[in-house]
Design a protein around this ligand. Structure first.
Ligand code: FES
Length: 108
């Protein structure tokens, strides 16, 4: 059994040179919302879900992005309702939110 059941990593990368980055697309707010939602749902902690900050995940064209492990499912999201769906469906119940999955063709 792994220490955490699932990890979700949010790219919070900020670029100051004008290039596209997840920080320009509400990544911090989404991270904060996810962290609070996971905690409120009682999912946080050992044996549960860990919400982590990450630097660039190298899939910037789909930003903002997050990835769930060990499932290796990548998401692109727009607003808090998308995050709520990821928390309720995937992080809580293991059901991938297909409509938010980032296509494999999306890279940097
Ligand atoms: S800046 Fe977010 S994946 Fe690269």
């Amino acid at each position: 059994m792994s220490y955490f059941q699932r990890h979700i990593f949010f790219c919070l990368n900020q670029r100051d040179n004008g290039e596209n980055c997840c920080a320009q697309h509400g990544a911090q707010a989404a991270f904060d919302h996810c962290k609070a939602s996971v905690k409120a749902a009682g999912l946080a902690g050992v044996g549960g879900v860990r919400v982590n900050k990450a630097g660039c995940l190298d899939r910037c064209a789909g930003g903002p992005v997050a990835v769930v492990y060990p499932d290796a499912v990548w998401y692109s999201f727009v607003d808090n309702s998308d995050i709520d769906e990821i928390v309720d469906s995937h992080l809580k119940n293991g059901q991938v939110v297909e409509r938010l999955v980032l296509p494999d063709s999306v890279g940097r």
